[in-house]
Design a protein around this ligand. Sequence first.
Ligand code: COA
Ligand code: MG
Length: 290
Amino acid sequence: MRSLLFVPADGGKKLDKAMASGADAVIVDLEDSIAPERKAAARELAAAFVKEAATRSSRPRLLVRINGLQTGLADADLDAVVPARPDAIMLPKAEGGAAVIHADAKLAAREAIAGLADGHVKIVAIATETAAALFLAGTYRGASARLAGLTWGAEDLSVELGAEANRDADGRFLDPYRLARVLCLAGASSAEVPAIDTVFVDFRNDAGLRRECEEARRDGFLGKMAIHPAQVAVINEVFTPRPEAIARAQAIVDAFAATPGAGAVGIGGVMYDRPHLTRAMALLARAGRE
Ligand code: COA
Ligand code: MG
């Protein structure tokens, strides 16, 4: 999943716009974009939308962002949306692998009631929204086979830290959020799931979005969340493996294939060893998929 577009569950025609946006995934939001008094209505709208959208033949992945496990709202969210067969839920304010295990059990019970296969609904966790979560980012490994990705958030974290800002005057994240970003990347890598970069809220600033996408790709993120359909094309472009990258990866794979048992090869005066081969193979697999 290169691009994951948020849409408020009570967004009306935005829901269909999101489906047609070209995003690899649509995240129907029950959390921060829904006012407390609208939660119950939003649940029903989300369920009705996902139920219909899930039956479409060529469609993006369908996620529902539920409310956090600490809120007292998550059970009712899951009761409403699991029977609609979303591909995954997004778990906000997750605090480590224990939160994923907790959500896994809640999903398993609802899947059984709804007649869905055990494990049908995957989990993408937002791993850095509380201070405690930062210390638990390394605990996702092995938590659940449902875990399908980790992402991170700076907005809730900055509120919790009592910060005045999370970006500098140039739009770059400040140190606490750069740390959260790295913890997400390392946590995802250790759990062997994709790392997905956080939202860029300045949705009229294409150059800023592109820069953030490129920095994310450089560092190992495989996609980015969006909040506006205009962000989808840039995200898809930057996270689609480029022809030069594919050619370089293919050359590395070919060089190792030509020298069986080699631990390192030289191509054009540069040394490549086993980690480079692993990375090249992962990139080729991704290029084949998207
Ligand atoms: N998904 C689908 N369609 C969207 C969209 C989204 N996330 N955001 C905007 N659109 C649509 C608008 O409805 C509008 O459609 P129209 O041309 O048919 O009227 C079009 O795209 C252009 O929108 P624009 O006028 O530029 O923005 P806006 O002022 O309508 O909306 C936001 C701005 C921020 C309110 C809106 O982008 C949004 O709701 N984003 C998601 C918020 C969210 O889910 N937050 C939680 C995660 S952080
Ligand atoms: Mg939030």
